[in-house]
Design a protein around this ligand. Structure first.
Ligand code: SF4
Ligand code: SF4
Length: 241
């Protein structure tokens, strides 16, 4: 938990704009709204307090998930890397996780200033699970689930808050429309923002296999998506698709 030593604080207010969640408030001295603080560590790393009033102690579980999902210097036990998702989301050409005929779907919840509670992530995860999507086992959010068939999370983390969290899952392309429709419906019941990324291989005729589905649903694909040109393919050798 990150706290402000009231005996040290001189109430200068310098720290307030540093907090990306607006969790630092000031009367005579500054204090942190612990329910809103996501333990991102910005206030500590910025080193701006003239009297060094910020203190940090490791939070016990379940509060510990806040830093894991919000502090970019925290390493996830499941992925072995810092960050919110697995590396393969951006390096499919190396690992070949997403094969032709399938779409990897990433759903990125929260942003600085908004964040996300895990009960909102669960609402969307349950919708995704009903479609039959397969959650990525190494993804940090998947590892918070008590049942990957239903998308239900461990009860104790539902009200924890993070700056951001990413669901990663895989569906056959013929299920993509159903999945996106389910997510659109679930979005009506949550109190945060999210963006969706779809990952697939370019078809032999150079088209994107899911473009037709997005057009049919009235969804405009952003043109600044990431493209991997295939330099890593030798490592996925033997993968016929
Ligand atoms: S910067 Fe330090 S001294 Fe100034 S209000 Fe914040 S905690 Fe208090
Ligand atoms: S750890 Fe992050 S969210 Fe919490 S008070 Fe510091 S800057 Fe704000």
């Amino acid at each position: 938990m990150i706290q402000i030593d009231k005996e040290k604080c001189i109430g200068c207010g310098i720290c307030l704009p540093y907090c990306p969640m607006g969790a630092i408030h000031q009367d005579d001295v500054a204090s942190i709204d612990q329910d809103e603080c996501v333990e991102c560590g910005v206030c500590i790393r910025a080193g701006m307090c003239p009297v060094d009033a910020f203190t940090r102690e490791a939070s016990p579980y379940p509060r510990s998930v806040r830093a894991v999902f919000s502090d970019p210097t925290s390493v996830h036990a499941g992925t072995g890397i810092a960050g919110r998702g697995t590396e393969e989301m951006k390096t499919n050409e190396v690992t070949g996780r997403f094969k032709l005929g399938f779409v990897g779907v990433g759903i990125e919840f929260g942003r600085p200033g908004i964040g996300t509670r895990f009960h909102d992530v669960q609402t969307v995860a349950e919708a995704v699970a009903k479609v039959g999507a397969e959650f990525e086992a190494k993804n940090p959010v998947t590892q918070l689930m008590k049942d990957t068939k239903t998308g239900k999370f461990k009860d104790e983390i539902l009200n924890e808050k993070a700056m951001s969290a990413i669901i990663e899952c895989l569906v056959p392309i013929e299920k993509l429309k159903e999945l996106l429709s389910a997510v659109q419906e679930a979005a009506k019941h949550i109190d945060t923002v999210f963006s969706i990324e779809c990952i697939t291989r370019v078809a032999p005729d150079d088209t994107l296999p899911f473009d037709e589905i997005l057009t049919e649903m009235g969804i405009t694909r952003r043109i600044n998506g990431k493209t991997n040109v295939g330099l890593g393919r030798p490592l996925a050798e033997g993968d016929a698709n």
